[in-house]
Design a protein around this ligand. Structure first.
Ligand SMILES: [Mg+2]
Length: 295
């Protein structure tokens, strides 16, 4: 029998993973897998389990949301073991799964892993941590990203707030100097994201032709702090029209970034909080892991 390492976050989303655990195990049993199954008991647990046990498995399956998937892929990458990963998405946000067109039906997702084939994907290294689809900072990063619906609406929400308040009393500019492989950006920003996904909360939607999740490149999105009414109007219009190349909004592809800030800035990695940094190095690790898809 083939050895399966299954890591489930039992509290993800509506707890459907837990509800269907027996059915999931039966699907893998029929495909001749012998499971070792772990329920995570806290933040960081999925990472540790994946890192420590990946070497004993021929397949690692993650059952949870984007945060659990982030930890499992990071753990497998850190283990240095080239074992394929299967993802059964059942969290409250499943942005990465949406980008990958994975089934949201738990049992179908399990069957797709059994029948699918592994493809290689990039991962973002952010200091000592990793992100699968987005690292972001700025307006609402800390408060809004704690709630999934606000993550979904982050940029739309931003446009709405900017429209409403005009004088920006609650949003502080963040001065940054960002060095990419071929360009340097320096300005005051309200929001920025390093993406490796066609969908950021379904709001920042980039063309699949423009984004390749395995091309060794990130898409860097920067929104300047609008100091004038003209800049504010330009910013709102571009966010609403999803036009990401303007005097206030920058979209640029790069394989690495060094970000210098005048003060420590909080980030989120795949929706999970990352405490403040004044200096950040992000590198796209090309072909970092193999994920099973049914396409
Ligand atoms: Mg890419």
């Amino acid at each position: 029998m083939k050895r399966l390492l299954l890591i489930m976050n039992p509290n993800a989303g509506q707890k459907n993973g837990k509800r269907y655990l027996a059915d999931i195990l039966e699907i893998f049993r029929r495909a001749d897998y012998m499971p070792t199954a772990f329920m995570t008991v806290g933040t960081g647990d999925a990472f540790t389990l994946a890192k420590e046990h990946a070497a004993d498995a021929q397949l690692v399956v993650c059952v949870g949301g984007d945060g659990t998937f982030n930890e499992v892929t990071a753990g497998v990458v850190e283990s240095g073991v080239d074992v394929p990963i299967g993802y059964i998405p059942c969290g409250s946000t499943n942005d990465f799964a949406t980008s990958l067109k994975l089934s949201k039906n738990i049992l179908q997702a399990a069957r797709d892993i059994v029948d699918g084939t592994p493809k290689t994907y990039d991962i973002g290294q952010f200091g000592k941590r990793y992100f699968s689809y987005v690292a972001s900072f700025g307006a609402f990063t800390r408060a809004s990203y704690a709630t999934p619906q606000n993550l979904k609406n982050a940029l739309g929400h931003l446009a709405y707030i900017l429209e409403g308040i005009k004088d920006l009393p609650n949003i502080r500019p963040i001065h940054m100097r960002i060095e990419t492989a071929d360009r340097v950006f320096e300005d005051d920003y309200i929001f920025g994201a390093i993406c490796n996904s066609t969908s950021l909360g379904g709001v920042l939607t980039l063309s699949p032709d423009a984004v390749n999740m395995n091309d060794g490149l990130f898409e860097l999105l920067l929104i300047k702090y609008p100091y004038t009414a003209a800049e504010l109007n330009d910013c709102i219009r571009c966010l609403q029209e999803k036009k990401y190349d303007s005097p206030t909004i920058t979209l640029h592809s790069t394989d690495r970034l060094t970000i210098h800030c005048s003060t420590a800035v909080d980030w989120t990695l795949d929706g999970e909080y990352e405490c403040g940094h004044a200096l950040v190095e992000a590198v796209n690790r090309h072909n970092a892991f193999r994920l099973i898809t049914n396409q």
